[in-house]
Design a protein around this ligand. Structure first.
Ligand code: PLP
Length: 390
C-alpha cells in the first residue's frame, strides 16, 4: 500500500475538502483540510474489489443475513484485540454517532445529566444537547504532558443525578490509549455512582507501537452491568461515508430496551455498509492496518517535531489515532489570534480546540491522516505563520 500516493478528493463532495470554503473561508485549492476525521488515502484493494463485486451483481435490492457485520466484528475483535464478543450483543446502526444518540434516547430522560471527559470529540456534547439532556464536563488533567482522568476530583463534581458517561477510548483528541488501571478506575467510578457507561471505541485499531488498546468490556465485565460498547470499521478503513457502526449491549434487559427503540425507529443495516465492513474485517484488512499505523506514526513524529519547534506551541504526545492536539498557550496569544494565524495566514483548516470543551481554549486539533507531503507542507505553513516568535 502506497500511502504517499495522493488522490484527488476536491470536487468529490468530500466534507473535509469541499466544505472548507463554507466553514473556514478557505478554498479547497489554497486550504489544507485538517479538520473532519477521515483520511485522504486510497481505499484498500480488498474494499475496492468488494465494490467491483457489488457492481457485477447489478442489483442492489433487499438483502438477507443482515447480522453479517456483527459476525465480522466478532471475528475481528477476537483476532485483533483478543476479545471474545457474542454477535448476539450487536446491533448494526447508522454509524457511531447514531449508536450514541440512540443510547441517549434509550436510557435517559429529557434534562438528565450526562458526563463527558473534556476536551473530547465535539459531537458528544452536540448529541447530548440535541437530545435535550445536560452536559456535565469532567475535565481531563495533564500528567507528564498527556491526558489523565482524575476520579477524586470528578467525585466532587457530581451531584448524584447524573445518569450516563460517554467515554472515548482511544481518546479523541490526542489519541490517548487508556491503560487497564485507568479503565478499571473508570468502571469503579461508574459502578459507585450508578452511571451507565457508553464506551466509544471507534479508534480501537489505530494504536501506535508500545501501546495496547484494551476493550472496555474486558474490564467492565462483572463491575459495570450498565454497559454499551460502540465500534466501527469506519475510522480504521476510512469508510465513514457508508454510515455503519456496531453497538454491543451484553445486558439482556438493556439489549431488549435498545432493540425496541431501533425497531420502533426502523433502523436497519445498509447493504454497502455491511459489505464494506465485512470486507474490511478480514485478513487482508488486518495487513492493511498493519501498514497504515506505522505510516500515521511517521506523520505524527514529523508533525510533532514541527509544532514543538514553534516557541510556545506543543503537540501532545500521541499514542494512537490520527487526531493530534496542539496547544499554543505558551505563545501568550488568545484563541482569536491563534486561529487567525492558523486559518488566515497558514491557510490550514483544523478543528478549533474550544469546540471540544474545557481544556481546549488555546488548542487546535489537526487531522494527520493524510499524505506525508501534506504534513511537511502544514509544518512549513505553521512555522511561517508564527515565524515572528523565533
Ligand atoms: C470518537 C468518535 N466517535 C464517533 C465518531 C463518528 O462516528 P460516525 O461517523 O460513525 O458517526 C467520530 C468521528 O470523528 C469519533 O472521533
Amino acid at each position: 500500500m502506497n500511502f504517499d500516493k495522493p488522490i484527488e478528493r476536491r470536487g468529490t463532495y468530500s466534507s473535509k475538502w469541499d466544505s472548507m470554503e463554507k466553514a473556514f473561508g478557505l478554498s479547497s485549492q489554497e486550504g489544507l483540510g485538517m479538520w473532519i476525521a477521515d483520511m485522504d488515502f486510497e481505499a484498500g484493494e480488498f474494499l475496492q474489489e468488494r465494490i467491483r463485486d457489488l457492481l457485477r451483481r447489478r442489483n442492489y435490492g433487499y438483502f438477507s443475513d443482515r447480522d453479517r457485520f456483527s459476525h465480522a466484528t466478532a471475528w475481528w475483535m477476537q483476532n485483533r484485540h483478543d476479545w471474545k464478543i457474542d454477535p448476539a450483543w450487536c446491533f448494526t446502526t447508522g454509524g457511531l454517532g447514531n449508536g450514541i444518540a440512540l443510547s441517549i434516547q434509550a436510557y435517559t430522560d429529557p434534562s438528565d445529566k450526562i458526563a463527558i471527559f473534556t476536551p473530547v470529540y465535539h459531537e458528544f456534547t452536540m448529541k447530548i444537547r440535541n437530545a435535550g439532556r445536560q452536559v456535565v464536563e469532567l475535565p481531563l488533567v495533564k500528567v507528564d504532558g498527556v491526558f489523565r482522568m482524575d476520579f477524586d476530583a470528578y467525585q466532587s463534581m457530581l451531584d448524584g443525578t447524573e445518569k450516563m458517561v460517554l467515554f472515548c477510548s482511544p481518546h479523541n483528541p490526542a489519541g490517548r490509549v487508556w491503560s487497564a488501571e485507568e479503565i478499571t478506575e473508570l468502571c469503579e467510578f461508574c459502578a459507585r455512582n450508578d452511571l451507565i457507561l457508553v464506551a466509544d471505541e471507534i479508534h480501537h485499531d489505530l494504536v501506535f507501537s508500545g501501546h495496547n488498546h484494551i476493550p472496555t468490556q474486558k474490564i467492565a465485565n462483572g463491575v459495570v452491568d450498565k454497559l454499551i460498547l460502540t465500534t466501527s470499521a469506519s475510522k480504521t478503513f476510512n469508510i465513514a461515508g457508508t454510515r455503519t457502526g456496531c453497538v454491543m449491549i451484553p445486558d439482556p434487559k438493556m439489549h431488549q430496551t435498545y432493540h425496541k427503540l431501533i425497531t420502533a425507529l426502523n433502523i436497519e443495516p445498509n447493504l454497502f455498509g455491511v459489505e464494506l465492513g465485512c470486507a474490511a474485517y478480514s485478513p487482508e484488512g488486518a495487513e492493511w492496518v498493519d501498514q497504515l499505523v506505522p505510516y500515521l506514526e511517521g506523520n505524527y513524529r514529523t508533525f510533532a517535531d514541527g509544532i514543538n519547534a514553534i516557541p510556545g506551541a506543543s503537540l501532545m504526545p500521541m499514542q494512537g489515532t490520527y487526531l493530534s492536539w496542539a496547544d499554543f498557550a505558551g505563545t501568550g496569544m488568545d484563541f482569536k489570534e491563534i486561529q487567525r494565524r492558523v486559518v488566515k495566514v497558514a491557510k490550514i483548516a483544523p478543528t478549533p480546540g474550544p469546540s471540544l470543551g474545557k481544556g481546549g481554549e488555546t488548542c487546535m486539533r489537526f487531522n494527520i491522516g493524510t499524505q506525508h507531503a501534506n504534513i511537511v507542507e502544514a509544518v512549513e505553513r505553521l512555522q511561517t505563520a508564527f515565524s515572528d516568535l523565533q
